[in-house]
Design a protein around this ligand. Structure first.
Ligand code: COA
Length: 161
């Protein structure tokens, strides 16, 4: 069984993330979306909010599970029996960090492969921090975040000012 982990902060999930998810559900038997619990940068959305938003956007996928993780990604991937780590690449600027991360993960978990997917070009400018910034000031997020969570997310972001 081909199992992959698709990790990230998802603060919050965007259409760019959804585009990757929609493509990997057909490539792998099981997709585990791993939401990083702790990071140096304090997330705007709580862990429960981030998990909840992703779950609301992925109810139709039988082979998708959404889980929080803490600590090393490779430990999470091992615990899930995942031999694949999926990452989206938006632009050349993403490459250096992704290259370092994939190399370190390979050292720590040699059996696993990092699989890179090109982010759809229509989302190459998109990031969660941009969504937070635009939403905070009342800008429209239609087409940038999944429709299932759009109204709630816009309300929540306006209230975060
Ligand atoms: N389309 C558009 N934007 C995308 C995208 C896509 N397909 N995929 C990612 N992004 C954006 C995100 O919105 C995010 O934007 P932001 O920086 O404004 O918040 C940015 O790209 C990076 O986000 P993400 O993919 O969630 O990665 P991350 O850097 O937040 O998290 C982890 C990376 C979780 C994989 C990494 O930190 C990790 O593995 N941590 C665990 C600790 C560990 O194992 N460390 C050793 C590894 S070397």
């Amino acid at each position: 069984m081909r199992i992959c982990v698709y990790p990230g902060s998802f603060d919050p999930i965007t259409c760019g993330h959804m585009d990757i998810i929609e493509r990997i559900v057909d490539m792998f038997d099981r997709v585990v979306i791993g939401v990083l619990q702790n990071r140096e940068k304090q997330p705007l959305f709580s862990l429960d909010e981030r998990l909840g938003y992703i779950r609301r956007c992925t109810p139709g996928y039988e082979n998708v599970e959404v889980e929080a993780f803490d600590g090393l990604l490779v430990d999470f991937a091992r615990a899930k029996n995942a031999l694949y780590i999926v990452r989206g690449l938006r632009a050349v600027s993403d490459f250096e960090f992704e290259f370092q991360m994939a190399s370190m993960n390979k050292k720590l978990y040699p059996e696993a492969e990092t699989v890179f997917l090109m982010t759809n070009t229509k989302y190459s400018f998109l990031s969660s921090s941009m969504v937070r910034e635009v939403g905070r000031w009342g800008g429209c997020l239609r087409g940038l975040v999944p429709g299932e969570i759009l109204p709630d997310l816009m309300k929540r972001l306006k209230n975060s000012l």
